[in-house]
Design a protein around this ligand. Structure first.
Ligand SMILES: NC(=O)C1=CN([C@@H]2O[C@H](COP(=O)(O)OP(=O)(O)OC[C@H]3O[C@@H](n4cnc5c(N)ncnc54)[C@H](O)[C@@H]3O)[C@@H](O)[C@H]2O)C=CC1
Ligand SMILES: O=C(O)[C@@H]1CCC=N1
Length: 271
């Protein structure tokens, strides 16, 4: 068990997913997780649900934390970090989850002598299946970097990537659950069209996506080969594959992600 205090400034969708993962994984004692959201009801609800310690201010979390998660929206993160910079201990590791906010701008807000890690998680952290990229700055030691990877590994998978790859990470995992949910919803709609009750349709669609993803991860086979295994000659699947190709399924996914990555890049230039 990690004998450190972890603080969160901002407790919305993403912090809840990370805290849920940390507590479920038994990574550290819940009371060693300090939370400050500017909505007091959120802090109380988190204390009730997880037994974490609610803080009175962002400064209090900053003072307490060995590892401080900055988990507010990208448009306010630099202001929030500037305000707490003088409350941080010299060795505190600041972890930013904000999309499009670079290590450089974070160092500008916090001071250039700060240990900073930029991460890009995703909401499946809430069910122990997160995927997170970890990008430390030059002051973070190998051991500290491994500690952050271990935190995210405890509720999914995590890997260190160079900062220039973060736009790709946003596209392929940070934002990806949204498009996967749309795919599941669309498949379930079709099953309902075929007469299946709605709740059962979500179960079948979601399990089909989960099982297919598991096959990619476990067999190491090329996704095309796995697709071919489903397509019987003259069968049903190849009919569906033909329509998806005609309707530009792959092109739509690639273009959607290209725009997502471009937005991530544009946000980085603004910050
Ligand atoms: N939602 C997602 O799937 C992902 C989000 N992110 C990043 O995570 C960050 C947070 O996103 P979400 O959790 O989705 O947003 P959210 O809007 O759900 O949560 C932000 C929280 O910060 C609080 N807050 C705002 N200003 C504050 C302040 N000055 N002091 C204390 N608390 C304050 C709000 O009350 C809210 O609870 C963003 O920077 C986003 O780019 C990264 C990866 C995935
Ligand atoms: O939509 C967003 O900006 C954030 C970043 C990755 C997922 N959600």
């Amino acid at each position: 068990m990690l004998e450190k205090k972890i603080g969160f400034i901002g407790c919305g969708n993403m912090s809840k997913a990370i805290i849920g993962g940390l507590v479920a994984g038994g990574v550290l004692k819940p009371e060693n997780i300090w939370v400050f959201d500017h909505k007091p009801a959120t802090n109380q609800a988190m204390q009730q649900q997880y037994g974490i310690t609610p803080a009175q201010s962002a400064e209090e979390v900053a003072k307490q934390a060995d590892i401080l998660f900055a988990a507010v929206k990208p448009n306010v993160i630099l202001k929030v970090l500037k305000e707490v910079a003088s409350s941080l201990n010299k060795e505190t590791l600041v972890v930013s989850i904000a999309a499009g906010v670079t290590l450089d701008s974070l160092a500008m807000a916090l001071g250039h002598d700060r240990k900073i890690v930029r991460v890009m998680p995703n909401t499946p952290a809430l069910v122990n299946e997160g995927m997170t990229s970890v990008t430390p700055n030059a002051l973070v030691t190998q051991q500290e970097s491994e500690e952050v990877v271990a935190i995210f590994n405890s509720f999914g998978k995590a890997a260190v990537v160079d900062e220039y790859l973060i736009h790709a990470v946003v596209g392929v995992s940070g934002s990806a659950p949204a498009y996967v949910f749309m795919f599941i919803e669309a498949m379930a709609d079709a099953a309902v069209l075929g007469g299946m009750p709605r709740a059962q349709a979500y179960q079948f669609a979601a399990q089909a996506v989960k099982g297919s993803a598991q096959m990619v991860l476990e067999t190491g086979k090329h996704p095309g080969e796995l697709k071919d295994m489903v397509c019987s000659p003259g069968g049903t699947t190849i009919e569906a594959v033909k329509v998806l190709e005609e309707k530009g399924f792959r092109a739509a996914v690639i273009e959607a992600m290209r725009q997502c990555m471009a937005k991530s890049e544009a946000l980085s230039k603004k910050s």
